[in-house]
Each structure stands twice: as structure tokens, then as C-alpha cells.
Ligand binder design. Structure first.
Ligand code: KQY
Length: 358
């Protein structure tokens, strides 16, 4: 950024984390009871090492306050759903350790072209409200549509994104790839953007990067991986591996790519679908539909890494793999099927606030 701000890597120290209490009945099955339990469990783990702020609607405020321990802050704030990663601010920091927030435009993952719900106006107001709440100056970049889950940075000048998301017709169709890249460079303080050809199969966000690939440290990434050549994901992950292996980061390093196994394909059941309300008269899921399950969708807290589990045979290997990559943090796995049904996972429902100061 021209005035010296950059988005820190998620593995750098945090001041806190923002989450939003879930309630939307076409996203979260059976009135969101199970999803709320999972959110509470995740918030408690994160709050072991950083200040967690949970935004709750007026109607859920009492419930959230009662369900969450006193050291977790609950503030009343309206939203359309609960994806803090995507519409809480992207915080950037300068060399003096000062923070500002970037307020991107949000249109529910594709607006009227291929977005997932309407309206999204309350979600789109959240970044500004949160910057006001945390007393941070704001870069108003609402003329550029971007979700926080569609970018991952190393804090040292490199950003990873996916083609189908950033180049999708539902976001910034008037811009060229070069112009999109220049916008990322300017507002995230990066100089290199790595474009992955795809994300996770059937990921309704147009394949957000945060479900397929994440930095674990500068120069190191995890990539969601399957050895099953008959799985459509095999070619997708292979294509991403080739791109990553051919890339250099902003420091000129080749990236070390760690393969993180995927669970066996996870599909939604008839009973789960029956627990979801309709959205605009249409079902949001159909029985047997494959969900975009991936262990890459984890959150790096100051002392823990909070990762999803699916009750799958790969849960253990995925946890052990991440534990080796984060020797100074405790990796905690939380059963996250009820979040996955909503269309995302632990990374998608959290947004870090970097620590102030150097
Ligand atoms: O960032 C995400 N993965 C959230 C997608 C939610 C879509 C609404 N069902």
C-alpha cells in the first residue's frame, strides 16, 4: 500500500478475533441449534489466547450472551448471515504497528449473477461498523467486490487467490485480471499474486482459496490433497500443485507445499436437507449433494490452531500433519459438519484482528 500498510499473515500475533452468531434457517439446519453449539465451542478455544468478539442479532443477543462465557465479548449487530471471514474488515498494519481496516464490497458471493442469497445489505455494512467499534480508520473500497476467504497472504508481500473466484462474472466483471491484481497489491500491501486455477469441487463461493490452500508460515503452504485419481478433486488439486511449484513468492523463494489430506467425499443427507428452510422459494441444498469439506479451512489463533473434523478416517492424519507444521501451537479439532452444511468452515466464520504495535 502506498502509505505503508500491509495485511499481516494469519500466523502473526493477534489482538483478537471476530465471529457472528448463526441463526439463518436456510443456511443452518434445524434452526441453527447445532451450528450455534459448534460456534460456541470454536469461540471458546480461540478465546484461550485472544479476545473474541461475537456479533449477535437483537433477537439472538440474550441467547448468545448466555451461551458464551463472560470473557467473550458479545455485541449486538445485525447481519444477513454469519461469515465473518468474508465481510468483517481485512485489517492492515503499518511499520509503526498501527491498524486500519479495508471495507471491501460484499454481494453474497456473486450478487444477482450467481450470489447465494438476497439481500446482503447488512453483511455489507459490517466492515464499517466493526471498524467504528474497534476505533480503526477505514479504507472504503466498496467499489471492489471481495470476500476475506478469497485471499490468503504471507504478510511478506505474497497473496494467493483462485481464478474462478476473483475472475468470476458475479464480482468485478468490468475489471481485467491485471486491474484486479493491482487492486490487491495496493490494498493488501503485496507485490506478488499467485493465481490458483481452482479450489475445492462444488465450493459454492466460486472456490475460495481458504478451502484449498493456506500459508502456514512465510514460504510454506498447505494444499488440500487426495490420492484418489477417480475423484474430480484429484485433477483440481494437481493443477494447483503445479502452479504452486512453479511460483516464487515476493521474497523470491520457491514455496514448500505440504499436502493436507482431504476427507472422503462428504454428502448431505435427506434428513439434513429437511431441516433447512427455503431461500427465495428454492431449497438451498439437495440430498446427496457433495459438500466442500476440507481440513485447510482452519483458523490460526495465537496459541492454538482450530481445525475442522468430519468424523472421517482422515481426521487423525490431517490433525497430525497440521500439528507438525505448527509446533508452537496446539492443534484442536472440532467436529464441524454443522458448519460445513452452511457452506463453509472454521476459517470462514472467523476474522483475525492483528495485534497493534510492532
Ligand atoms: O466463505 C464461505 N465459505 C461462506 C459461504 C456461505 C454461503 C452461504 N450458504
Amino acid at each position: 500500500m502506498q502509505d505503508g500498510y500491509r495485511m499481516p499473515g494469519e500466523f502473526e500475533p493477534h489482538q483478537g478475533c471476530i465471529m457472528i452468531f448463526p441463526e439463518r434457517p436456510d443456511s443452518w439446519q434445524y434452526g441453527a441449534y447445532a451450528a450455534r453449539k459448534a460456534f460456541v465451542e470454536i469461540a471458546k478455544v480461540i478465546a484461550d489466547s485472544e479476545q473474541v468478539t461475537v456479533c449477535a442479532s437483537a433477537s439472538q443477543y440474550d441467547n448468545a450472551r448466555a451461551a458464551l462465557p463472560a470473557h467473550i465479548r458479545v455485541v449486538e449487530m445485525s447481519s444477513n448471515d454469519s461469515w465473518a471471514r468474508d465481510y468483517a474488515p481485512t485489517f492492515v498494519k503499518n511499520n509503526a504497528g498501527e491498524l486500519r481496516g479495508v471495507d471491501w464490497g460484499f454481494n453474497a458471493w456473486g450478487g444477482l449473477y450467481d450470489g447465494l442469497y438476497f439481500p446482503w445489505d447488512k453483511d455489507n455494512q459490517m466492515a464499517r461498523k466493526l471498524c467504528d467499534l474497534f476505533e480503526k480508520d477505514v479504507y472504503d473500497k466498496r467499489d471492489f467486490i471481495l470476500e476475506g476467504g478469497s485471499i490468503h497472504v504471507d504478510g511478506q508481500g505474497t497473496c494467493i487467490v483462485t481464478d474462478p473466484c476473483l475472475l468470476g462474472k458475479g464480482r468485478n466483471p468490468q475489471m481485467t485480471k491485471k486491474e484486479i491484481e493491482e487492486t490487491l497489491c495496493r490494498y493488501l500491501g503485496v507485490s506478488v499474486v499467485i493465481w490458483l486455477p481452482c479450489g475445492i469441487y462444488n465450493d459454492e463461493t466460486n472456490e475460495h482459496v481458504d478451502n484449498i490452500c493456506a500459508f502456514t508460515a512465510p514460504g510454506q503452504v498447505v494444499l488440500a490433497w487426495t490420492e484418489d485419481r477417480s475423484d474430480v478433486q484429484y485433477e483440481m488439486s494437481t493443477a494447483c500443485l503445479e502452479t504452486l511449484e512453479q511460483s516464487r513468492d515476493a521474497a523470491g523463494r520457491k514455496l514448500k507445499v505440504h499436502k493436507l489430506p482431504l476427507p472422503k467425499p462428504v454428502t448431505i443427507t435427506k434428513e439434513e436437507c429437511e431441516g433447512l428452510d427455503f431461500c427465495d422459494g428454492e431449497p438451498t441444498r439437495t440430498p446427496g449433494e457433495r459438500l466442500a469439506a476440507s481440513y485447510v479451512n482452519f483458523y490460526i489463533a495465537n496459541k492454538n490452531v482450530v481445525m475442522p473434523g468430519f468424523g472421517d478416517a482422515m481426521d487423525k492424519l490431517a490433525r497430525e500433519t497440521l500439528q507438525e507444521l505448527f509446533p508452537d501451537r496446539r492443534v484442536i479439532q472440532i467436529y464441524a459438519r454443522d458448519i460445513l452444511i452452511g457452506g463453509g468452515n472454521i476459517h470462514c466464520i472467523t476474522q483475525q484482528i492483528p495485534a497493534q504495535g510492532c
